[in-house]
Ligand binder design. Sequence first.
Ligand code: SAH
Length: 214
Amino acid sequence: MSEEAFAEQRKQLVQAMNLHSKSVEKAFLSVKREQFFPAELKQYAYADSAFPIGFGQTISQPSTIAIMLEMLSVKPGDRLLEVGGGSGYVAALLSELVGVKGKVFAIELVCELQQRATKTLTQLGYKKVEMRCGDGTLGWREEAPFDCILISAACRQVPKPLTEQLKEGGKLVAPVGGRFTQEMVLLQKEKGKSVEKDSKCCFVFVPLKGKFGN
Ligand code: SAH
């Protein structure tokens, strides 16, 4: 498929998603989802679904990502953490939202996926994203605290190190629940405590592994 054909499909998907936030809409229009897809699946890059990226993992569904991004209301200049970086697609969207003054840190448990994602992000010129391989339930202590944290895998509860690494007033979004269905929960840190601000039903993510995972 040609660049133009992908661009047209990207526009159509964004229109169909009916986004509330202009900045989130702009981010979706800027990031080429096909670049984060395995070669044999690129033709499906603008279907609003999750797709396999290898190692039993998936690239998240655009409309689900949109819900998470709109719940977080990321601002230019923010320092963000994504747990479960996978293909790097969400990290690229986050990078568009934080702009040149912000920074995105992403952790991916499967080192092969992290290496592939880092390569893709570098090739596409996403200089504000740093991705490493490791257990994201421990957070990224050296770079904390964060304005926003996004957990891209299903957890029974939000790992404690992550709420600890959130700034005062900072926001965290995560799919919380059992193996087969989760609620998208928005927490905000107020006076040192995480307070639930919003939740939306129902989502299905791959499980969050690691020390404070499932
Ligand atoms: N946001 C990704 C989708 C990721 S799917 C994208 O846009 O492509 C969830 C990812 O979380 C998987 O790649 C999985 O390997 C990863 N994961 C699961 N447990 C993890 C952990 N403890 N730390 C870091 N990554 C984890």
